[in-house]
Design a protein around this ligand. Structure first.
Ligand code: CO
Length: 434
């Protein structure tokens, strides 16, 4: 059942590293095999493979029923990262008797939604492997809660008129109480000096082994059904783990196609995609070319293959919010439970053209699901997605689509279960298109 596996995917993926690790579990269960970019690839027909960069981006693909140099790629793209706060190393700063860790803003979170929540710390830890190198351990412990409390309204009377939180001074997270430094007494010898000490204890390793880490805050509250009839799903990171999940569901289900099916899940979308493993990198292009080369093709057949391909760039879309309807162009904003939306923008922040939108709408028709449209108010700038980046780099036509979502970039977002099911069906139709 897609709902349970979606809930599990969201709960088990507090960071992009975990999102990739969870993706590997479902790919491996479906018989997909790992490929290493440093080795020569030899591929078999109608077989699933996946490639990982940085532990946080993953491209999964299934070769066509016949291995051919001239092929076509049916691609879905999504992103593994979500807005959050990145911890400033493991350094513990003592403030007013509290042990705190400073944060940097990661992407564009709605700051206020992160205060007074049961936050956790998660990410990857690089530890000495005893042979001069490092190994990666993932860290995620829902039981170790940290917090960013609000000041009382009595001392911040205008908070309900809008308050500007300063991430440097207002948003350090509190780990635990410590000895007050002001009174000159020595600290408790049991008191940790570094967050790495606490994490090392949880991981059951010597703290001295930790060389570095990539750690962020996340919401420990689990995904849950909402609405009187339970038709909505509320969770952190729905943008864009829901689309990662939908693409994984589809690619592990579709077999025996003549085209190569691809699910490309990129990290760093929230911060511009310009990293060696982001959508604005060589990652997808090199993987696609190597699929062609391993099938006996050459650069010419790779270009031919790209020209016969299609990208569905899937990322959350804004659902109209009945209390804030004036923020949207009501005629062009999707409703919850009415199916995937095609996103369009005159400035090409979305990749959809009339041609690619028509192609996707026909796929939806074939899949028996409705489609909607999202166009921003003409007097406001729109968001950006992976679509134009991947499409422009490869010259592959693309459509930007997404499911209607409330509270984009809040610590807790809301989406419709029915739309999730419809999106999976539209991906299946895309993967099965001739
Ligand atoms: Co997104």
């Amino acid at each position: 059942m897609a709902v349970e596996s979606l809930i599990n995917y969201l709960d088990q993926s507090p960071t992009a590293f975990h999102a990739v690790e969870e993706a590997v579990k479902s790919l491996a269960a479906a018989g997909f095999k790992a490929l290493d970019e440093t080795l020569k690839w030899s591929l078999e027909a109608d077989t699933g493979y996946y490639v990982i960069r940085n532990g946080s981006s993953l491209i999964a693909f299934r070769t066509g029923s016949e291995l051919k140099g001239e092929t076509a790629f049916r691609i879905v793209t999504a992103h593994t990262d979500s807005p959050s706060f990145r911890l400033k190393e493991g350094v513990i700063v003592k403030k007013n008797g509290m042990l705190t860790v400073g944060v940097e803003v990661l992407g564009g979170p709605i700051f206020s939604t992160w205060l007074d929540r049961d936050l956790g710390i998660a990410g990857r830890v690089l530890v000495k492997d005893g042979q001069g190198g490092t190994e990666t351990l993932l860290y995620h412990n829902d039981k170790r809660k940290v917090l960013i409390p609000n000041p009382p309204i009595h001392l911040n009377r205008s908070v309900n008129k809008g308050f500007e939180y300063n991430p440097q001074t207002h948003l350090s997270c509190i780990l635990q109480s410590g000895s007050p430094e002001e009174d000159g007494t020595a600290g408790n010898p049991e008191e940790p000096e570094s967050l790495y000490e606490l994490i090392a204890a949880d991981l059951n390793i010597d703290a001295q082994r930790i060389v570095d880490a990539d750690l962020i805050l996340y919401d420990t509250q689990k995904a849950a059904l909402s609405g009187w009839k339970g038709e909505f799903l509320c969770s952190g990171r729905i943008d864009n783990l829901a689309m990662c999940h939908a693409s994984l569901e589809a690619i592990t289900d579709v077999k025996g196609q003549s085209a190569v099916t691809v699910a490309a899940l990129f990290d760093n979308e929230e911060t511009g995609s310009l990293t060696p493993h982001g959508a604005d990198s060589s990652f997808l292009e090199l993987v696609l070319e190597r699929i062609v080369l391993a099938a006996g093709g050459n650069r010419e057949s790779f270009m031919q293959s790209c020209a016969s391909s299609f990208i569905v760039s899937a990322d959350a879309a804004h659902a109209i919010h009945p209390n804030f309807a004036d923020l949207y162009d009501e005629g062009f904003t999707p409703l919850m439970n009415r199916g995937p939306a095609v996103k369009k923008n005159a400035g090409w922040n979305y990749a959809s053209t009339g041609d690619t939108a028509a192609r996707y709408r026909l796929l939806c028709e074939k899949a028996g699901v409705p489609s909607q449209t999202y166009i921003n108010r003409s007097d406001r700038p729109t968001g950006k997605t992976l679509g134009p980046l991947a499409a422009a780099r490869l010259g592959i036509p693309a459509v930007d689509v997404g499911n209607p979502l409330w509270s984009m970039h809040s610590i807790r977002e809301t989406v419709s279960l029915e739309d999730h099911d419809s999106m999976i069906k539209s991906f299946m139709a895309h993967y099965k298109e001739f």
